[in-house]
Design a protein. Structure first.
Length: 71
């Protein structure tokens, strides 16, 4: 069951702090990466997320079928 949460204006300062912290963490995570490498990494992670979402929805072959193919 999905529920939606709506923030009030009062939450904005905390939200700003959270985004600032996230940006700082990403800067550390991508240290030494070129902008192109960053974009490639993000694109690959999106593809992985999409693959896993399809798996969760039963849209890909089962683990058993995958193992049989690998044999």
């Amino acid at each position: 069951r999905a529920q939606q949460l709506f923030l009030t204006c009062k939450a904005q300062p905390l939200l700003d702090q959270m985004w600032e912290a996230a940006d700082e963490i990403l800067d550390h995570a991508y240290a030494g990466f070129t902008e192109e490498e960053r974009m490639q990494c993000v694109e690959m992670l999106v593809r992985i997320r999409n693959n896993l979402a399809r798996l969760a929805q039963g849209g890909t072959r089962s683990r058993q079928a995958h193992l049989q193919k690998a044999s």
